[in-house]
Ligand binder design. Sequence first.
Ligand SMILES: Cc1cc2nc3c(=O)[nH]c(=O)nc-3n(C[C@H](O)[C@H](O)[C@H](O)COP(=O)(O)OP(=O)(O)OC[C@H]3O[C@@H](n4cnc5c(N)ncnc54)[C@H](O)[C@@H]3O)c2cc1C
Length: 515
Amino acid sequence: MDTDVLIVGAGPTGLMLACQLARRGVRATIVDRHAGPARETRALGVQARTMEIYAQLGVVGRALELGKKGTGANIWARGKWMARLPLSDIGGGLTPYPYLFILGQDDNERILGERLRALGSDVAWNTELTGLAQHAEHVIATLKLPDGATREVRCAWVAGCDGAKSAVRELNGIGFPGAPYEHVFFVADVEATGGMKPDELNVYLWKDGFHLLFPMRGENHWRVVGILPEALKGKEVGFKDVEPSVRGEAGADLVFQGCSWFSTYRIHHRAATRFREGRCFLLGDAAHIHSPVGAQGMNTGLQDSYNLAWKLTLVVQGKSDARLLDSYDAERVPVAQRLLRTTDRAFRIIVSDSEGARLLRTQVLARIAAFAFRLRPVRRFAFGTISQTGIHYRESALSETKPGLLDRSPRAGDRFPWLKLKFSPGGPVEDSFQRLDDLNFHLLAFGQHVSAMHKHFQVHSIPEDPHNAKELARASIPAKSYYLLRPDGYVGLAGTKFESGAVERYLSTRMGLAS
Ligand SMILES: Cc1cc2nc3c(=O)[nH]c(=O)nc-3n(C[C@H](O)[C@H](O)[C@H](O)COP(=O)(O)OP(=O)(O)OC[C@H]3O[C@@H](n4cnc5c(N)ncnc54)[C@H](O)[C@@H]3O)c2cc1C
C-alpha cells in the first residue's frame, strides 16, 4: 500500500481526520486540489462539542486565543431592540465551554493545519482526485499532480472530505438528493459602527427577512449575513449594493468603513443516500449540506471525522474487524438527517414570505424567545441541540445498556457527561474530560472495585466519597454502576454490576476487538 488512508480534501473535515489519524499513528495522506488553505471566513460558530474535541487535540488554547465568546444575542424587530438572550453560561455545568464560540473557519483551518504539521504530516496541495477503482482489499486512486502529471495511489481506505461537489461521492455513484432554497444570500466581513450591541450577536428581523451581525476579532469588525434583495437577484453585486437595505432595516446610524469580503450564495439542503461505499467514506459537506441556521455545518463535519477516526485506527492497526466501520454510516446518517430536518424547519420560518411568518418574525419571535430563555429546561434543551453535546447514538449496534439503570441515567450511546470527580481516595477533584484521554477505551466503575488489568480499556474505580456522591447524583448516575466509554467519549456499554465477561463479550461481538 502507498498509504492506509487517502483523505481527499483539506477543509476543516479533512484536516480534523488527518490530525486524528496522525496522533493515533495511522499512515494517512491528505490531498487538496487548491493551491493552499481557503482565505474566506465562511463558518463562524464553533460549538461546545467541537471545543471539547479541540481540547483533546491540544488546540483549544489556541482557539480561545484567536476567537471570541458569544456572550449574548440581541434581537431587534423593525429597528427596535426587543430582547437579549444571555449566552455566556447557557450550558453551565454541561461542558467546560458553555457558550457559543465565534472563530472563523479560516482560523479553524489554520489551527488544525498547524497541529497537523506539529504531528509530522502536511497537506499535498494542488493535487486532485480524478479517478477511483475499488478492489476487494484496496482502492486505486488517480491523482492529478501539481505538474499536471497523473499518479495512481494504492490505499486501503478513502475518506471523501471533498465538499459539496465531492468527487469521491460522484465516482462512487452515490446520490445527493435535496434541493436549493429559492433565496440568494449574501455574506460580508465589514468594519462598521452603529447602534448594535458591541461584542454580541445582533439579529435584525424585518418583514422580508433578517440580517445577522456577528462580532469578529478586531475592533468594529462584523460579519453581516442577509437575504439579497429581490431587485438585486441575478446581477453582479457588491456590498455597496446591499448596504442601503442593511441600513434601512438594521439602523440608519450604521456607518460602514470598509468591506474585506463579500459573497453571494445559494443554499441547498441535501444528504448523500449513504456515507459509505465499500472502502470509501463520505464526511462533512460531501455527505450533507444545509442552511447555515444554528452554525452546524462545519461542526458536523468535524464530528463525522471524530466518529470515523478511532474506528479506522482500530481496523487499520488490525485490532478490530472491518465490520466496526459499518457503524460510521449507521451512526452519522441519522445525525445528518435530523440536522437537515431541524435546520430546514427553522430556516423556512426565518425566510418565509407568508403574512403569518412575517408577523411571527417581527411581532412574536423575540418575545417568545426572551420568555422561553428564562426557563432552565428550555435553555438546556436549546444548548444540547445547538452545541451538539446532545447528539446520541442510542440506536447504534455499538450501544448496549444493561437493565437496572434509572430512566434518567446516561445510557449507552450518550456522550458521557462532564464530571468533576475524585479519581482516588483522598485525591484531588479532577475534570473528567482532562483525565480521560480520547486514545483509549475507559471503564468507569462506581461503587465497586474493578481490577486494573485489562487489555482493551483503562479502568478507573471511582472511590465512594461525599463529593463524588453529589456529582453522581447531579448527573443521575447510580451509586453502583459502570460505564465503558469509547475513545470518542460516548458510552458503549452501561450497567449496574460490573461483570468482566459481559464487557469482554461486548468488545468482541459489538466492537469486533480480538480477545
Ligand atoms: C457563507 C457560509 C457561512 C457558513 N457558516 C457556517 C457556520 O457559521 N457554522 C458552520 O458550522 N458551518 C457554516 N458553513 C458551512 C461550512 O463552511 C461548511 O460546512 C464547511 O466548509 C465544510 O467543510 P468540509 O471540510 O466538509 O468541506 P470544504 O470546506 O468544502 O472543503 C472541501 C475541500 O476539498 C477540496 N476538494 C474538492 N474536490 C477535490 C478533489 N477532487 N480532489 C482534491 N481536493 C478536492 C476543496 O478544494 C476543499 O478544500 C457556512 C458556509 C458558508 C458558505
